[in-house]
Design a binder for this molecule. Structure first.
Ligand SMILES: [Zn+2]
Length: 144
């Protein structure tokens, strides 16, 4: 019973988060008219929810994957589930890095990027930025 209630709580939390994300999308769409402090509240709420959910999901997966029948079911869908989880984690990680001004090699807007491994500054004209020409590093800090 407790497990069922937990699931319902998660479901409710998920719905609330999706609603907030919709609200944020809408607010960002109209962001020309909105000030940063008006957007701050929504973004702060989502951040808190994400923090909570990430802990909750980690616990959920840990509990769930200990059951043999779940392990077997997972094994059958592994490639799909693994890539779905990995993609979600990758995009969140990428946004987390961008918040710190860090970018992974790939399609990046024009600007000056500093390799965080060796400090080489690359003037990028836009498009695909491959690894650092000096050390091959793939994470850059945008400096201009
Ligand atoms: Zn480098």
């Amino acid at each position: 019973m407790a497990e069922k209630r937990k699931l319902e709580e998660r479901e409710k939390l998920k719905e609330e988060l999706l609603e907030k994300l919709e609200k944020l999308k809408e607010e960002v769409r109209k962001s020309g008219e909105k000030t940063a402090s008006e957007l701050e509240k929504t973004i702060g709420e989502i951040g808190k929810d994400l923090e909570y959910l990430s802990k909750d999901f980690a616990e959920f997966f840990k509990e769930t994957f200990e059951k043999p029948q779940v392990k077997e079911a997972i094994a059958r869908t592994r490639s799909w589930l693994t890539s779905a989880l990995k993609n979600a984690a990758d995009s969140l990680l990428r946004y987390g890095k961008e918040l710190d001004g860090l970018y992974d090699a790939g399609d990046l807007p024009a600007g000056k990027y500093e390799c965080i491994r060796c400090g080489r500054v690359v003037e990028h004209k836009g498009g695909k930025l491959t690894g650092c020409p000096t050390c091959g590093g793939t994470t850059f800090k945008k400096i201009d």
